[in-house]
Design a protein around this ligand. Sequence first.
Ligand SMILES: [Zn+2]
Length: 107
Amino acid sequence: MKWHLRVNNHGEYLISNTEGTEIAQAFSEQYAFLLLDALNHPATIMAKYPPQDGREWYCQCARCGSSVYEADEEFSGVCMSSPEWCEANPLPRREHIKRGKVEWFTL
Ligand SMILES: [Zn+2]
């Protein structure tokens, strides 16, 4: 899904996607371009819930990058690798992250 920016005949900045969903209007030009850039590029975020920005978010263990069970509707993640493997194989600079912390990302 791609997002694009247009200016209507009132001079307002409108951001909409290729499915016709319009999410924002009347931003400053600077803010509109920042938002557009963020929407159109892959992102990751460590949080209990994914952002509600219209994109498809996937989750993984923030420590080792393995898939995560969404154990319940609260999105409390369970790393699908063994505790030993997760403990021994953290991603670079993720050594301090606890197993099962959920990281959300877009493709
Ligand atoms: Zn893990």
